[in-house]
Ligand binder design. Structure first.
Ligand code: ATP
Ligand code: MG
Length: 587
């Protein structure tokens, strides 16, 4: 399955409409329904109050100002002040409410995206750069927040005021009203025609922001190599390239986004011009009054000034939709590691069986070609072979980090895909070739994914560690369990990391323990100690050891040669050595 988000998005480019993207957003708004409706109500009241203003002004002019009845003027001025104050209060209330809605949406959306990332398989992370994912979670979600907290209600309010003003314009004088609205109609056509272009430009801008973030992440991760090889110029050049792309895409997006403002202003001015010239003509032929013209001008203004605001809001909407599109690609993915309904298979028995396993990485050629083997309970197996031969890949399939392209992996006689994740991971311990530590303490790192000892005091945990024969390893750290692990293990040597990963795996007491070069960075004395600990594991524990050093695999019951994606069963250590010697002699 293809998990490359940028490729998936490129394949769909232009197929999805903004409307469809917005509809997909609606379920997300469900939990804010009450607040949204209240804000909408407040918005309508505020816009309604604003809309009543001009007609009252017109009425006051025609009935009181022209007749010099100042008492009436005063009363209506008071009413107008109350109206505008009411509008101010409701508008403030609505803004407050929507700020909260935006922040909560951002919070839930980030949680949802992060939760999704936890469900996705390893293949997803192989195909996407961390920096781009971070940009999606941080930057793109915030674009949605900005739209919801700052723009949505203004958007609805503007449309409401425009609709109201349109109704007033048409009802005061239908011909003059219709003429006033013509420029707006042209504007609508213009906006619709330009929308797809605006959308692609904004999507490109966000994509390049993701690319930039990916570039920064990669150079930060590899800064040691950059400094050691004095290749700062290389990464600077790459960063410059990504920054340049981002700059150009952002300028492009800014250009198309800003094209709306002058065009919207032009149509607004045209509208007012129509009102003024036609209105004066109508007054001159006695079909219109001055007060009505002032009301009319105010309504034309109410109709056209939100249009200018709409230009900015429309841009925010397009940016938010482009961000949402990038987020929704993550949310739409699901793991292809689906559970199998029926786990039974004729090849039952043993701790683990590979039956006709072929495997290719999502974007590569086949790496394992029809592997068959059977691991018995309580035995020790060694996987040896040249670099890139497929040892780690085989181990990953044993731990179900990937599923075979075809063939079966059977754990304890049942399809490994039929085990719920918690049961499978409880049975299998995997010490990765590149151990990963979390920032925290050694205690937290050892107890990672180990519910059993979470509540134990340090003393109780130390006695468990002693029983497992691991105390000599813990003593290597000055402050024992409380030794801090900083920046994901930066201050700890690779060998020490492997010791922590070893303790972590052994304390979980798995039935099947895989060690992928788990002792490659450890001195031979300590390695001997680890061997002894491994021998003390419960007798039914099956061990799979991947190693290059021969002394590590001397005690293995069975040795497998893994070479170019094929596995040859080579028997005991002595037998394997004999085979190897014979091969060397022949070649
Ligand atoms: N994430 C990946 N995506 C694509 N191809 C991969 C990936 N990981 C490994 N490969 C390819 O699969 C093949 C087997 O790699 P694997 O890591 O299993 O080798 P290995 O036997 O563990 O080597 P080493 O002794 O160096 O650890 C290699 O050709 C490698 O290029
Ligand atoms: Mg490997």
């Amino acid at each position: 399955m293809n998990y490359n988000l940028n490729q998936l998005q490129a394949a769909d480019a232009g197929k999805k409409t903004t409307g469809a993207a917005f509809r997909k957003l609606l379920p997300l708004l469900g939990r804010e329904r009450k607040n949204l409706l209240t804000a909408l109500g407040a918005n309508l009241v505020s816009s309604g109050l604003n809309l009543t203003g001009p007609i009252l002004v017109g009425y006051t002019i025609d009935h009181y100002v022209t007749r010099k009845q100042f008492h009436g003027v005063l009363v209506f001025s008071g009413i107008l002040v109350c109206l505008y104050l009411g509008s101010l209060v409701t508008s403030y209330f609505q803004t407050q409410l929507m700020g909260g809605v935006g922040q909560r949406m951002l919070f839930h959306l980030r949680n949802e995206v992060f939760g999704k990332l936890q469900e996705l398989p390893v293949a997803f992370f192989n195909q996407n750069k961390a920096g781009d994912l971070i940009s999606r979670i941080n930057n793109d979600t915030d674009k949605l927040n900005q739209f919801f907290s700052q723009s949505l209600m203004q958007f609805i309010g503007s449309i409401f005021i425009m609709a109201g003003a349109g109704v007033f314009l048409l009802s005061i004088n239908i011909r003059l009203g219709a003429a006033t609205l013509v420029p707006a109609l042209l504007l609508l056509v213009f906006t619709r025609a330009l929308s797809p272009w605006v959308k692609t430009r904004n999507a490109a801008s966000l994509r390049t922001t993701g690319g930039l973030s990916a570039e920064i992440q990669e150079s930060l991760n590899n800064f040691k190599a950059i400094v050691a090889f004095n290749r700062r110029d290389y990464f600077r050049k790459r960063f410059d390239g990504a920054n340049q792309d981002n700059y150009q895409a952002a300028v492009g997006a800014g250009l198309v986004n800003n094209i709306f403002l002058p065009v919207f202003s032009l149509s607004s001015n045209l509208g007012q011009l129509v009102v003024l010239s036609l209105g004066i003509y109508l007054i001159s032929v006695g079909q219109f009054s001055v007060g009505l013209l002032i009301s009319f001008l105010a309504y034309a203004n109410s109709f056209y000034s939100p249009i200018r605001q709409l230009a900015a809001l429309w841009t925010n909407f397009q940016v938010a939709m482009a961000g949402w599109d990038r987020i929704s690609y993550i949310l739409n993915l699901s793991s292809d590691l689906v559970p199998a309904e029926n786990g039974s298979h004729p090849d039952a028995g043993g701790a683990l069986i590979f039956s006709g396993v072929h495997f290719s990485y999502p974007d590569g050629k086949e790496v394992l070609h029809g592997i068959n083997f059977k691991l018995g309970k309580g035995k020790t197996y060694a996987l040896v072979g040249p670099t890139g031969g497929g040892k780690t890949t085989t181990a990953c399939l044993i731990a179900r980090l990937y599923d075979p392209t075809t063939g079966w992996v059977l754990l304890d006689g049942k399809d490994i895909r039929s085990y719920p994740d918690t049961r499978r991971t409880a049975r299998i311990g995997f010490i990765l070739q590149d151990p990963f530590l979390f920032t925290g303490t050694i205690r937290e790192n050892i107890l990672y994914s180990n519910e059993q000892y979470q509540g134990y005091s340090n003393e109780a945990l130390e006695s468990v560690i002693r029983e497992a024969g691991l105390q000599a390893l813990l003593q290597r750290f000055d402050r024992g369990l409380d030794t801090p692990v900083t920046s994901g293990g930066e201050g700890i040597s690779l060998g020490q990391k492997q010791l922590i990963a070893f303790m972590r795996a052994v304390l979980r007491r798995p039935e099947l323990l895989i060690l992928d070069e788990a002792t490659a960075n450890i001195d031979t004395m300590t390695e001997q100690l680890l061997q002894e600990i491994l021998e003390q594991l419960p007798p039914q524990t099956t061990r799979v050891v991947i190693a290059h050093r021969l002394n590590t695999i001397e005690n293995a019951d069975e040795i497998f040669f893994v070479n170019a994606g094929n596995i040859i069963q080579a028997g005991s250590f002595d037998h394997a050595m004999e085979l190897l010697m014979r091969q060397k002699m022949e070649s």
